[in-house]
Design a protein around this ligand. Structure first.
Ligand SMILES: [Zn+2]
Length: 428
């Protein structure tokens, strides 16, 4: 009896496992038509064709791409919207993450203050940061504030502070390579097939990309406020060409990924979804070491870790690694620090945007020998303060009252070419 049961179970297991082996897993793609509903996106009225709204163009193109993909049995297509409605940005990314999608493609139209700007561009989530980058991030993230649920989830996310994103960005890095591949294919098709002008593939920090646990791109299909391009975007011909270019790129992308992984099971699946983690009240940084010595970026003493914030406090340089308000990321950062060799590292809480009550932050821009009046620093910055201590000259610049403002000031200096500065806490 027992033996027979065992046999039945065994043969059942065999059938079951062979179906698993022979049923090919579909490549799941989430297509995201940007904006929708009350969120019109970029829009402009023209005398001959009337109003062209981004939300309509993105939906039309998305549905065309989707219907082509649906004919291909290798693909499972999921839409964030098929109608004129507005799913929040987290609805969109949650859907993609929940579906364990292999790829996320968000379709948008561009607009610019400059009426002459035209062409296509594709964004991928990347670690690069610059001012223009942040402008785009803010523009695309503006919609976040329409939505109460998003506010709760991302209330602590501050798009004007690149520092607050580092942990999330690190997680995204592994998808960067694949996203760049698809972005390149899309832009190539726009140029070679449709004879359009491509502005390129860029790494940007966009909410809708950043929260995705899969390779993701955001395609700006053209400028709504450029008359010629807007007519193209609104036309049947334009929408068909654009969607074919995107479709072909997705097909080529899948082929390339299949070649890489040697099978039809493609990119590594994200972990099963865990219950949503709520953010902590404080930001946490990992204190790596305190030392009277100043180390510059890349100094061996920092053991190869990036994203280090040095903070001078009572004559000691304190080196902090990473910043996050999520407990799980904090733990990962601490482990990374310990693995790098900082055995005594520990997490320190910082209250976001806390004003110093007795004192201020300033930026130590230089220490060492006395600076010459025509040195780069003194030429570039006005009102640099100089102090001398034990024969060493300390030059500081600026006066702000929150750490966030100090980090911002430090980044401003970096864009002016003044690097390896230290934020200093001054007690008064
Ligand atoms: Zn848009």
């Amino acid at each position: 009896m027992h033996k027979q049961n065992f046999k039945i179970i065994l043969s059942f297991l065999l059938i079951f496992s062979s179906t698993l082996i022979f049923s090919q897993k579909k490549f799941t793609i989430v297509l995201d038509a940007g904006h929708g509903g009350s969120d019109h996106g970029a829009n402009r009225s023209y005398a001959d064709i009337g109003r062209v709204a981004e939300k309509d163009v993105t939906l039309a193109v998305t549905l065309k791409v989707g219907s082509m993909l649906e004919k291909n049995r290798d693909f499972k297509v999921i839409y964030t919207r098929k109608f004129d409605e507005y799913p929040s940005l987290s609805d969109r990314t949650n859907l993609a993450n929940r579906s364990k999608a292999d790829l996320f493609v968000s379709i948008h139209c561009n607009s610019s203050q400059r009426p002459t700007a035209y062409g296509t561009e594709t964004y991928v989530q990347g670690p690069n940061q610059n001012d223009e980058n942040l402008e785009v991030a803010k523009r695309e993230n503006d919609v976040i504030f329409l939505d109460e649920k998003d506010k709760q989830t991302f209330g602590s996310y501050n798009p004007s502070s690149p520092e607050s994103l580092i942990a999330l960005k690190l997680q995204q890095n592994k998808y960067l390579e694949s996203s760049l591949l698809l972005g390149g294919l899309v832009e190539d098709n726009f140029v070679n097939k449709d004879k359009r002008f491509s502005r390129g593939v860029f790494q940007k920090n966009l909410h809708v990309l950043r929260m995705n646990a899969m390779p993701s791109v955001l395609i700006e299909t053209g400028f709504i406020n450029h008359p010629e391009e807007s007519h193209y975007l609104a036309s049947e011909k334009g929408q068909s060409e654009i969607s074919e270019s995107i479709y072909n790129a997705i097909i080529d992308y899948k082929k390339a990924i299949d070649r890489k992984t040697g099978g039809s099971i493609s990119v590594k699946k994200p972990e099963p979804e865990k219950p949503a983690e709520s953010p902590l009240k404080n930001d946490f940084r990992i204190l790596l070491l305190s030392s009277p010595t100043k180390y510059n970026d890349g100094d061996p003493a920092l053991k190869g870790l990036n994203y280090i914030l040095p903070l001078k406090d009572n004559g000691q340089y304190k080196y902090y690694y990473g910043v996050t308000n999520m407990a799980s990321v904090k733990d990962i950062n601490l482990k990374t620090a310990k693995d790098a060799g900082f055995r005594n590292a520990y997490a320190v809480g910082f209250m976001p945007n806390q004003k110093l009550l007795s004192g201020y932050y300033t930026i130590e821009v230089y220490t060492g020998e006395k600076l010459n009046g025509n040195s780069f620093i003194l030429q570039t910055l006005k009102d640099v303060e100089r102090n001398k201590e034990n024969g060493v000259f300390y030059y500081t610049y600026g006066k702000v009252f929150t750490l966030e403002d100090a980090v911002k000031l430090q980044k401003d200096l970096e864009t002016k070419g003044i690097k390896n500065t230290i934020i200093q806490k001054v007690f008064k």
